[in-house]
Design a protein around this ligand. Structure first.
Ligand code: DSN
Length: 415
């Protein structure tokens, strides 16, 4: 019996149900992944007890020798992994990493240019409902009717806006991001260039997506999406002055004590990302997403931009009677977890939407390959073809549960 089971059976029971959900389900939310038991073990370690405000060798509390060692190890591994000079491993999330960067380089009311949320950008890239669109004067670029970024158009917008920073990177964009082109645009208008590679970081470090360095001044990411580590954020730069400003913006600017247990888990994740097998994983993530896109196109579904270069496909229902919400619910009934997503040309609200975003990173971590993705993509199309058929959804759920059982992820709820 685990400590948790004995001490708090109620919490243990809920965690057990979540384990069952994850083991039995077909997890296709593009921002999710299954991290390693070793990562979870580090996250559940005694470092959760330690306060360590400050940075290695510059702390405000005593007893930080081991916290120094673990944070320095995480920094060194991240520097090796991303091939950069300065890393802050303390951001609690991708959003707090982005907030810290803006507070380091912008004053309230300064202009920023990022990708429109409804075209695949992120809330923190200047959306008006986010601090980023409220504290700063935000402007947006989007995608064209072909679903791709038109870099000439971005330049035109940048010339008019003259932003202090251009943010590139996306949450629902299935094509490669041309960081070199963004650099040219930033140079032309005298802006700093920040890349948020939260979604594609696992592909970037494997050489399966172009690298944001040396083109970008600052790069942020989360550590838990395609990177497959613990939930958290990261900020990187090759500029010493910027790194000093960023460190101050994180602590004492925005955060107090770092989550040392999560930093320990980040270090474990980075070591995993540095192994040769990681490249194979990233290749497989892309191959699986590609197959999924091909099947959905063959089955008559409209994929934004016609396909994918990364870990996700965005399926548009602009030409259908049903919404992204309907599809999300129907697929959920069939045991397939996706998220409803706005699409370029969106006419419905963000709560309803006209699309779904489907990702391959999590199922690839379970060991699934092209054959499984071909089958699952066909089942997605089967559900969508007959979206009100709950009997069919139940049949598919049973079939996919059998498939999931062959790819067990975890065999115990706590580590
Ligand atoms: N929630 C993340 C995503 O799904 O892309 C972004 O913050």
């Amino acid at each position: 019996m685990s400590f948790l089971q004995e001490k708090d059976p109620e919490v243990f029971g809920i965690i057990e149900r979540e384990l069952e959900r994850q083991n039995n389900g077909i997890e296709m939310i593009a921002s999710e992944n299954f991290t390693l038991p070793a990562v979870m073990e580090a996250m559940g370690s005694v470092f959760t007890n330690k306060y360590a405000e400050g940075y290695p060798q510059k702390r405000y509390y005593g007893g930080c020798d081991n916290a120094d060692d673990i944070e320095q190890l995480a920094i060194d591994r991240a520097k090796e992994l991303f091939n950069c000079e300065y890393v802050n491993v303390q951001p609690h999330s991708g959003s707090s990493a982005n907030a810290a960067v803006y507070s380091a380089i912008l004053k309230a009311g300064d202009k920023m240019l990022g990708m429109d949320l409804s075209h695949g950008g992120h809330l923190t890239h200047g959306a008006k409902v986010s601090f980023s669109g409220q504290n700063y004067h935000s402007f947006h670029y989007g995608v064209e009717l072909d679903g791709r970024i038109n870099y000439d158009r971005v330049l035109d917008i940048a010339k008019i806006v003259k932003p202090a920073v251009i943010v590139c990177g996306a949450s629902a964009y299935s094509r490669e991001i041309d960081f070199a082109k963004f650099r040219e645009i930033a140079n032309e208008v005298g802006a700093l260039l920040m890349a948020d590679i939260a979604h594609i970081a696992g592909l970037v470090v494997a050489g399966e997506h172009p690298h944001p360095f040396p083109h970008c001044d600052i790069v942020t990411t989360t550590t838990h999406k395609t990177l497959g580590g613990p939930r958290g954020g990261l900020i990187m730069t090759n500029d010493e002055e910027l790194s000093k400003k960023i460190n101050k913006a994180i602590f004492p600017g925005m955060q107090g004590g770092p989550l040392v247990h999560v930093i320990a888990a980040k270090a474990v994740g980075f070591r995993h990302n540095l192994q040769p097998e990681w490249k194979e994983y990233a290749k497989q993530v892309k191959a699986n997403a590609r197959v999924m896109g091909e099947v959905l196109v063959e089955r008559g579904y409209d994929i934004v931009s016609g396909g994918t270069d990364n870990h996700l496909v965005l399926v548009s229902f602009l030409d259908k009677e049903f919404s992204g919400k309907d599809a999300d619910l129907a697929l959920g009934n069939a045991g397939i977890t996706v998220n409803k997503n706005t699409v370029p040309g969106e006419k419905r609200s963000p709560f309803v939407t006209s699309g779904i975003r489907v990702g391959s990173a999590a199922l690839t971590s379970r060991g699934m390959k092209e054959d499984e993705f071909r089958l699952i993509a066909n089942r997605i199309a089967d559900v969508l073809d007959d979206i009100n058929n709950s009997e069919k959804q139940a049949e598919i759920k049973a079939e996919l549960q059998e498939l999931a059982k062959k790819f067990v992820i975890y065999n115990q709820p706590t580590y």
